[in-house]
Design a protein around this ligand. Sequence first.
Ligand code: ATP
Ligand code: FE
Length: 338
Amino acid sequence: IYILGIESSCDDTSAAVLRNGVLLSNVTASQDVHKAYGGVVPELASRAHQQNIVPVVDQALKRAGIVKEQLAAVAFTRGPGLMGSLLVGVSFAKGFARSLGIPLIDVNHLQGHVMAHFIKETDDDTSNPPLPFICLLVSGGNSQIVKVNKYNDMEVLGQTIDDAAGEAIDKCSKVMGLGYPGGPIIDKLARQGNPKAYKFSEPHIPGLDYSFSGLKTSFLYNLREWVAEDPDFIEKNKNDIAASLEFTIVDILMKKLKLAVKQTGIKHVAVAGGVSANNGLRNAFHDYARRYGWTVYIPKFSYTTDNAAMIGIVGYHKYLDGDFCSIDMPAFSKVTFN
Ligand code: ATP
Ligand code: FE
């Protein structure tokens, strides 16, 4: 069974082909136009998707070594995301599936991030976590602790009440005058810095919820003070600042995750979403595995940020369940898991 996955929820146009859940190709066109603006410009994103979608799908089929007539179904990201971006992928998927006379499968983007752990690279790949497991989903728009019962049954145990972790990193890096997106830049600088050099405020939120807006404010105020005393402060200390910021964010994330493990008794713990590319967070997972006896699941870098392979794998499981959608299925922008 060949499934085509299509992802266009934000600023990456991506297409992937899977054969029986095994990934054959995963092609992504990233959009550089947003760099100049320090963030994703929705109108520019949808225009770029429009240009990229056909060549990206062509490439994905070519690299998979198949022709479109071999496809069994087309899976697409329905939401959440930017409406103008989603519409390009959704409309393309509908037209493509209709022209081939094959079923359409709508996929929730967040379920996709989590299900990246089920992408197989070979037929005998069994590296996926056992159900149920706990997943920390940390991306540009979300920070959630999810209990995964099944590929389409995910309970949100806790989530951010304001900013997402990725959003906070990106904003702090913007304040430092670094490029966009800030996540990978902070990650790189942090590796050469001292994580204990500076202290930024940590939230006191009850339960399993997160908050990152206080940290962002504390970061901004500290930076302002230091720069007022020494205009070159950031340039001189950027490694230490980045390392301390990363340390604080990872600490906030891991503390609540530890509480979730304690409350549920589930010690199979995964991480997903763009921020799971972060080396500090990855190291913390390995550290917690050693200290607390967790079994941890860390995705390959290519499955952390937005990609169509994760949409294709959800599509494959829905295909096996015969869970198709009709041609009038609308896109949605609001965050929801189901
Ligand atoms: P959502 O999935 O919530 O709709 P999104 O699709 O925009 O949001 P992703 O593509 O999953 O988000 O992740 C993008 C985020 O990941 C950005 O905030 C980016 O800075 C962050 N990120 C990417 N690489 C790293 C890294 N190495 N360290 C920290 N953050 C990173
Ligand atoms: Fe995403």
